[in-house]
Design a protein around this ligand. Structure first.
Ligand code: SAH
Ligand code: SF4
Ligand code: F3S
Length: 523
């Protein structure tokens, strides 16, 4: 059967889609790039903002039209929106055949098979549902040990063609989240924080490296909360199993006497030392609290760990941070950033910010602007607050910042971030950086012509001369700064894909650095 799979949302979802694809391919399903050619259509959805859900819903609507016109399609909605909306979704959208939450993806092949068999008249019911529901906030390690999801991560296809960029891969170290920021659906859709056994993670990294990955990004919603206490969560055969996280209080305590634990810093060091073929070991997303000196020391001492932190501030106002339940103050966030740059002077910092959170005054917003001016954020993703059903904020606080004000604040902050990015980027001019190339970019001559010289009139190329193009190889530094290098042809740009070069930075803008290749880097 031919399957079309489209992914919305975060890197967790991208990894989930890769795993789903691998497990269905191993059962003989064929993946197609065009939904018109598919018999099974799967949307792996995101629920983090309303807009993300609307995008997926409009696709679901279009499949509904095709089904009403008589096409025999199987439509599956996977991921966070399936989990959040649950059975309401089935009621409102009769064209949906399968709902599968992010914690149940190991059951997807069975769900598809059931729908096929019921269509063939072998079974009665025709819709399949696998949602974690109230199971999603499991408290016992035993329940986590029974976690079928681990088998999905473990059955990963290491074939480089499984990934769009074979040189780069994600590895999950923690699932779920225990933080409960008041605006956020993730603790409800992905469930409790569960840590994977370190041996599983290291082995996965090793097999990815054997299959050609030179960059691995470790994933967790609060990735620095990783901690695995050995000997407490075992499977029937005695092997270690995923383990429910210890909760915030416990993570701030030392490991009790007599217990052996693998901390996040120790996990980083193990992967760095045991899989040296990984030239870039990265991790997202860091929670600004609980980021110990042991992690910074490990980052300083291990050259292949990228000195890059995505550690969202969310707001620059203490009052807003408290209502968000972020658990830190602006001063604490700044002290954390100062510590990072003391240990790692060449680190880069990025984050996320929400504007228009309930009750955000002009003064609160100004405090956020000031934070973005003061700290060296290379970039920030800026979001307008979106009230999400099921969260604490939607019940507790009125969404009282008008949309127009949210939009203005969003634009104003983007402009300030642009200035900060330009300043951070300018600091790299003249330096030599390693760049891992991952994009080929074409620009027509009109874009690159010097000011005052126009090759186009009214948008159309003059005469019938073919549009001349210039080519760039584009990649990222270990600190995730984007670097563009001019090359002579498309082939030359393609030849750099997946390779690392030393690049001398010649100039900078708010969006990227430009430079000249000095040499192909050797390890
Ligand atoms: N675990 C990560 C982020 C997960 S969601 C962390 O804690 O940093 C990614 C980002 O989406 C968040 O950092 C936040 O900035 C944004 N976000 C989450 N819920 C939102 C909401 N209801 N409205 C607007 N933005 C939201
Ligand atoms: Fe959401 Fe907060 Fe958890 Fe991040 S830390 S996933 S923002 S609840
Ligand atoms: Fe979206 Fe779920 Fe990721 S809500 S951001 S897909 S964890």
């Amino acid at each position: 059967m031919r399957v079309y799979l489209e992914t919305f949302g975060c890197q967790m979802n991208e990894l989930d889609s890769e795993l789903v694809r691998g497990s269905l391919q191993s059962l003989g399903y064929q993946f197609v790039d065009d939904d018109a050619a598919a018999q099974v259509i799967l949307y792996n959805t995101c629920s983090v903002r309303e807009l993300a859900e609307q995008k997926a819903l409009s696709r679901v609507g279009m499949v509904g039209v095709r089904k009403r016109e008589g096409e025999e399609l199987i439509l599956g909605v996977l991921g966070c929106m399936a989990e959040r909306d649950g059975l309401d979704m089935l009621r409102r959208h009769p064209q949906v055949d399968i709902l599968c939450g992010p914690g149940e993806l190991d059951r997807l092949p069975q769900l598809i098979d059931n729908v096929r068999r019921s269509r063939a008249g072998e079974r009665a019911e025709s819709r399949g549902v696998a949602l974690a529901g109230n199971k999603s906030r499991r408290t016992s390690t035993l329940a986590a040990a029974e976690d079928g999801l681990e088998s999905l991560d473990l059955s990963r296809a290491f074939d480089p063609s499984a990934r769009e960029q074979p040189w780069s891969a994600y590895v999950r170290i923690t699932r779920g989240c225990n933080k409960f920021c008041t605006y956020c659906v993730v603790p409800y859709t992905r469930g409790a924080e569960v840590h994977r056994p370190p041996d599983h993670i290291v082995e996965e990294c090793r097999r990815l490296a054997d299959a050609g990955a030179i960059e691995v990004t470790l994933l967790g919603q609060t990735v620095n909360h990783y901690r695995y206490v050995h000997g407490t969560a075992l499977t029937v055969g005695g092997a270690e199993a995923p383990q429910v996280g210890p909760g915030l209080k416990a993570i701030r305590q030392p490991v009790p006497a007599g217990q052996r634990a693998t901390t996040f810093a120790q996990l980083l060091r193990r992967i760095h030392d045991e899989v040296p073929a990984i030239r870039r070991l990265r991790f997202v997303t860091s929670y600004p609290h609980d980021f110990g000196p042991d992690v910074l020391e490990t980052m300083r001492d291990c050259p292949r760990i990228c000195r890059y932190l995505h550690a969202p501030a969310q707001s620059g106002s203490d009052a807003v941070l408290a209502r968000m339940n972020r658990g830190y103050t602006v001063a604490e966030y700044e002290a954390f950033v100062a510590r990072v740059f003391e240990w790692l002077p060449d680190a880069t910092l990025a984050g996320d910010i929400i504007v228009g959170f309930p009750g955000e005054t002009d003064a609160d917003f100004e405090a956020t602007c000031s934070l973005v001016r003061r700290l060296p954020f290379k970039n920030n993703f800026i979001f307008k607050y979106s009230p999400r059903p099921g969260t604490v904020a939607i019940d507790r606080f009125a969404d009282d910042v008008p949309d127009e004000v949210k939009r203005l604040r969003n634009n104003q902050l983007l402009a300030i971030q642009g200035e900060t990015s330009a300043r951070v980027h300018t600091g790299w001019v003249g330096k030599c950086v390693d760049v891992l190339f991952d994009q080929v970019r074409a620009r027509d001559r009109a874009d690159v012509a010097p000011a005052g010289v126009s090759l186009r009139i009214g948008g159309a190329p003059i005469g019938s001369a073919p549009v001349e193009r210039s080519w760039q190889a584009v990649g990222r530094t270990p600190g995730d700064l984007i670097v563009a290098v001019d090359v002579e042809s498309e082939e030359a740009a393609r030849a750099w894909l997946g390779r690392i070069a030393a690049v001398r930075v010649t100039d900078a803008s708010s969006l990227l650095l430009r430079g000249l290749i000095e040499s192909a880097a050797v390890s």
